[in-house]
Design a protein around this ligand. Structure first.
Ligand code: FRU
Length: 802
């Protein structure tokens, strides 16, 4: 992987402008510095992009960016983010960017602005002097001035970063949460930005008719100690119930105090989005650098298309940048689905499994029986058959097998989320609560836990005080997601998947009411053997054993496993005794369970996994959930996973085969269909065969089929997909011993693009997606080098529930 120009600048400890000078020879650079830059370029394997290289050639189309040499850390970081955005815009238009850092206080350096032949210019935050120097020169270069407000508003040509707008909304949000004592801390130097933020703060109080306590607004020099001391005095005297800061150093001090005292009050940091450490600990209001960069560049681009003579009075343009409104909403998603539903007649469209109406589905979420209905939510991207900004799709059923689609339940429509990631549901009186991870990867990745509630189980309202859990445990990495919530006694518990030092772990929070949560414990870790990162954890009891269920793509073999052992509610620690795959197929991931009102532990998984090719994408959809399965411990404490009995409600035409045995042959049987349930029992004959089994979804010619075979010697049950249709997936193998040394019971659910196979009363299962021809609907039975008795063989055509 190669780094960017910005990475080079960071590594060499110089500005992006210096890197540009070294690459393009536009300035003499101190030899040591140059050496550092060249080393960084080499170390990062940075290939100066075409635009940067073409700066050397006279024909290049070039945009000059002028920015100040001096600046606060805050400002520099914002400039990096803005330049990044501009570079990608202009590179896309095949323009080069030439960066010039000048000392805005030194008028002699202004000549730099007019030195080169360039097509257009963007000037960052000029001083009044610089602005006047540019406007008076009348150089006829299309120019956009960024972040500047002229004293005399008469021409008012600038792109203004609207600190006021961004801050105002955050303060109003706090006031609405009943935080009326909001400490406001700024650094004494940050002048104009401070004024705007402060105005917004005051205005928010005024508009909401809350009086301001003026002692709670403080300007202090930028230092972490300063932040610490002020936070300490405010909080010791109980003067504030929230804190806002617009300086990184000060914010770090505030956070240090809060962490030391384990205090959890709303904290807001005004930032351009790169104050990494703060992300874990508080809310950040992000200056929308992407939007600003795009808007400034587009403006300039439009100016460039004007003829020279038209430009004189159009050198500058005016616009105020506002925070983006969210791109996604429930309405947008539901309308899209309505207009783009995939036909159920498509070749691989499932008949009785939950699949999305259109678009992409992954993990099952929020499995619950609420009032009398079963609800299944799922990770959903309606707008394309590939993974994208996550919504929660929703289906409901009265009997766990006849499902109906409901409107999308959650859309990433809040400023704190770019995706609503996996989570769970719980019935609380007459309310249904969803817990989910708000995922934001727009800058440094950030994951926090949120909740939404509903009275009717269909329309959900996200809570005002979201996020309810921020990642402050110190026991978790940035990946911190998939909350599974349950009640035990009077307490509520939430288990979350994460990692530390690239080792998977699950952490536990508890709460007296489901609203306010405290970190309790690290439940257990992968300890170097069970994956680098855990997703979708679930913890439950089966009689007197405890099961911790985790998914990790880094696991060898099955990616979703049960850790079986003991869990102690006092310490919050799980002690593992053994580990077993939940399913031996390739397509079982991110399983989740719930306890229904009959006391059954029901499990549903995502019947795919990351990184595989999914031919249904061509049909405009991807992803299926498994059938619901019941998880039980038998008398010996052995866990069995069985299809729920309600699946029998989907049986239609019955096909019973009267066949005593097969010996050394392959025999077509009179079962036909692409959506079938098959139940059969084999028994070893006198002459024990090497292998025996069935072919399902077999073509008439016999060239396509999925083979289910038992290898007697090896005691292996195999689902062999070498010939099963589009994309081979080789084979999935499970160790199974025959009952009484001679009997194999199979129970199979076949749908238009899947096979779920259960053996010997749920002691193992194998689940795989297959993509056969539509006409491959035949079944046959075989035994090689011996005889197998068929104690019974029955099949049913399954209903199409959609
Ligand atoms: C598991 C997972 C979850 C995450 C979701 C995102 O498949 O990666 O950890 O919440 O998918 O769609």
């Amino acid at each position: 992987m190669s780094g960017s120009m910005k990475d080079v600048a960071r590594r060499a400890g110089v500005s992006v402008a210096t890197v540009s000078h070294v690459i393009n020879g536009t300035r003499v650079v101190n030899p040591d510095t140059k050496q550092r830059v060249l080393k960084a370029i080499e170390g990062l394997n940075y290939v100066p992009n075409a635009a940067a290289k073409s700066l050397k050639s006279k024909e290049s189309k070039t945009i000059k960016i002028i920015l100040p040499k001096e600046g606060y850390l805050y400002q520099k970081e914002m400039h990096f983010a803005l330049i990044d955005g501009m570079m990608s815009f202009w590179n896309g238009k095949r323009y080069s960017i030439s960066l010039h850092q000048i000392n805005y206080e030194n008028e002699e350096e202004y000549s730099e602005v007019f030195l080169h032949t360039v097509d257009g210019m963007i000037v960052f935050s000029p001083t009044h002097e610089l602005y006047h120097a540019i406007s008076q020169r009348n150089v006829k270069i299309p120019c956009v001035i960024l972040n500047y407000r002229p004293e005399d508003e008469e021409d008012g040509n600038f792109v203004e970063i609207n600190h006021f707008h961004t801050m105002y909304h955050e303060v109003v949000k706090l006031l609405k949460k009943e935080c009326h004592y909001i400490g406001y801390l700024e650094n004494t130097d940050a002048s104009r930005m401070n004024e705007e933020c402060k105005d917004a703060y005051k205005d928010a109080f005024l508009q909401n008719k809350v009086s301001i306590v003026s002692e709670l607004m403080k300007s202090i020099p930028a230092s972490s100690e300063g932040g610490y001391e002020v936070a300490k005095s405010w909080l010791e005297n109980k003067q504030v119930d929230a804190i806002i800061c617009n300086d990184e150093q000060i914010s770090l001090g505030v956070i240090r105090y809060l962490l030391e005292k384990q205090l959890d009050i709303p904290t807001i940091f005004y930032t351009n989005g790169t104050w990494g450490k703060l992300y874990e600990h508080g809310e950040t209001i992000k200056i929308p650098c992407d939007t600003i960069a795009l808007q400034t560049s587009e403006m300039l681009y439009q100016l460039l298309s004007k003829k020279d003579e038209d430009i004189t009075n159009y050198q500058f343009r005016t616009e105020i940048v506002k925070t983006e409104s969210p791109m996604y909403s429930l309405d947008k998603a539901n309308q899209y689905i309505e207009e783009h539903r995939v036909s159920n007649a498509s070749k691989w469209r499932q008949s009785y499994h939950i699949v999305p109406l259109v678009g992409w589905l992954n993990d099952p979420n929020g499995l619950v029986q609420f009032k009398d209905e079963y609800h299944v939510f799922y990770q959903y991207h309606p707008f394309g058959a590939e993974w994208g900004p996550m919504h929660w799709g929703h289906a409901m059923s009265k009997d766990l097998v006849h499902w109906e689609h409901l409107p999308v339940a959650l859309a990433p429509d809040q400023l704190y989320e770019k995706g609503c990631f996996s989570g769970s549901a719980i019935e609380n009186g007459d309310e249904l609560i969803l817990y989910y991870t708000a995922h934001d990867d727009s800058n440094k990745m950030k994951e926090v836990q949120c909740m939404a509630t509903s009275k009717d189980g269909i329309h959900f309202e996200k809570k005002e005080n979201n996020p309810i859990i921020k990642n402050i445990s110190g026991e978790a990495a940035e990946d911190f997601r998939d909350p599974k919530v349950w009640k035990h006694g009077d307490e509520w518990y939430m288990i979350i998947g994460t990692s530390k030092n690239q080792d998977g772990r699950a952490v536990l929070y508890n709460s007296p009411n489901g609203m306010k949560w405290d970190f309790k414990s690290v439940v257990t870790t992968s300890n170097g053997i069970l994956g680098d990162f855990w997703e979708c954890p679930d913890l439950f009891a089966l009689d007197n054993i405890h099961v911790l269920m985790v998914s990790s793509m880094d696991l060898k073999g099955a990616k979703n496993v049960f850790l079986i052992g003991d869990f102690d509610y006092n310490t919050g620690v799980f002690k593992k005794n053994s580990v077993r795959p939940i399913d031996h197929g390739r397509d079982f991931y991110a399983g989740q369970t719930f306890m229904d009102k009959q006391g059954r532990r029901v499990l549903i998984g995502w019947m795919n996994r990351w990184g595989e090719s999914i031919p249904t994408q061509k049909e405009g959809w991807a992803g299926s959930l498994t059938i619901p399965r019941e998880v039980k411990a038998d008398k010996e404490g052995f866990i069995r996973i069985l299809p729920v009995q309600e699946l029998a409600l989907l049986r239609e035409e019955k096909m019973e085969i009267n066949l005593d045995s097969v010996c050394n042959t392959l025999l077509p049987v009179n079962i036909k269909g692409n959506a079938l349930e098959i139940v059969c029992e084999f028994e070893l004959g006198k002459q024990v065969p090497d292998i025996f089994g069935l072919h399902v979804r077999k073509s008439k010619k016999g060239d396509e089929y999925s083979e289910i075979r038992y290898h007697v010697q090896k005691q292996e049950l195999i689902m062999d997909l070498h010939n099963s249709g589009k994309i081979d997936k080789k084979e999935s193998i499970a160790k199974v011993s025959l009952i009484g040394g001679k009997i194999l019971k199979l129970h199979m659910f076949i749908d238009k693009s899947s096979i779920e196979l259960f053996a010997n009363d749920g002691s193992v299962s194998i689940t795989n997606r297959i993509y056969p021809k539509e006409s491959s609907v035949h079944v046959d039975i075989f035994a090689e080098n011996g005889e197998v008795l068929i104690n019974h063989l029955t099949a049913w055509k399954m209903k199409n529930i959609w």
